[in-house]
Design a protein around this ligand. Structure first.
Ligand SMILES: NC(=O)c1ccc[n+]([C@@H]2O[C@H](COP(=O)([O-])OP(=O)(O)OC[C@H]3O[C@@H](n4cnc5c(N)ncnc54)[C@H](O)[C@@H]3O)[C@@H](O)[C@H]2O)c1
Length: 258
């Protein structure tokens, strides 16, 4: 299946590691030029950029920026435009450091507003800012793909990470509104909602007993690896998904069915 992604410029937030790095590799393997946004680890981002350039012959630009900081985001977008003169695909993947550890999660009455604020900043504000400054460069191209990361816990909050899940729910609603606004410009906006993806920095502390329960309840019988999520992003970015917008695709091996 030809995805027709070669030559597209794909910007992925928080992509020096974890699911973001898997996205970077899969889009590079389809011939996209990649913007690897990272928060702290320049070395990891540069090593990844180097590898993708060598293996796939695409251009890769690592850029440090805190996506929750408006000035950083403006600088990030101007650097991308200066280098590539276009933005085709945006994947809002960055996650304010959050450790999925059910044994340490807070009860509803223990969650502070600051917990909510951190997650709303990390997930919603970062996604909103990136899109706000990227869209003006996308809207006259008659093509654009925005993919925002949420979670299957929106549909099955068996672990009520109240602050995290609520912020991701807001990202989903925001994405639907954005989709309604941007359809006229040929830009689609969709979300991917994975289940547990292991191992990543965020999920590495998930206990064996928790993983066993998820495996037992997952029709496909295992936990996802970062590479299991990337095909859905490629599909959503491709021409095959040209009439799909405002949707959230669950990628969790059937653990959630709705
Ligand atoms: N791992 C899972 O089980 C899982 C499940 C469902 C959804 N997700 C979603 O997938 C995405 C990636 O998760 P992951 O597990 O790879 O997480 P991760 O913690 O391994 O990676 C997140 C990346 O975001 C970067 N980041 C954090 N704050 C940032 C900021 N302000 N600006 C720029 N970059 C920033 C981090 O430095 C890191 O590189 C997240 O949106 C997460 O909510 C993950």
């Amino acid at each position: 299946m030809n995805l027709s992604l070669a030559g597209r410029v794909c910007m992925i937030t928080g992509s020096s590691r974890g699911i973001g790095a898997a996205f970077a590799e899969s889009f590079a393997s389809e011939g996209c030029h990649i913007v690897i946004n990272y928060l702290k680890n320049a070395e990891k981002a540069e090593i990844l950029a180097d590898k993708l350039q060598k293996e796939y012959g695409v251009d890769c630009l690592p850029i440090q920026a805190d996506v929750t900081n408006e000035n950083d985001v403006k600088r990030l977008i101007s650097m991308v435009i200066e280098e590539f003169d276009r933005i085709d695909i945006v994947v809002n993947n960055a996650l304010h450091s959050y450790l999925f550890d059910p044994t340490e999660r807070k009860w509803a009455w223990e969650v502070e507003w600051e917990d909510y604020q951190k997650q709303i900043d990390g997930s919603l504000k970062g996604t909103y800012l990136l899109n706000k400054y990227a869209i003006p460069h996308m809207k006259d191209m008659n093509f654009g793909r925005i993919i925002n990361m949420t979670t299957n816990l929106l549909y099955r909050p068996i672990v009520p990470y109240h602050d995290y899940n609520t912020a991701k729910g807001a990202v989903m609603t925001y994405s639907q509104n954005l989709a309604a606004d941007l359809g006229r410009f040929g830009i689609t906006v969709n979300c991917i909602a994975p289940g547990l993806v292991y191992p990543t920095e965020a999920s590495k502390r998930t206990k064996e007993e928790v993983k066993s329960v998820i495996v037992a309840e997952t029709p496909l019988g295992r936990i996802a690896r970062p590479e299991d999520v990337t095909g859905t992003a490629l599909y959503l970015a491709s021409n095959w998904a040209r009439f799909v917008t405002g949707q959230t695709i669950i990628v969790d091996g059937g653990y959630t069915m709705k």
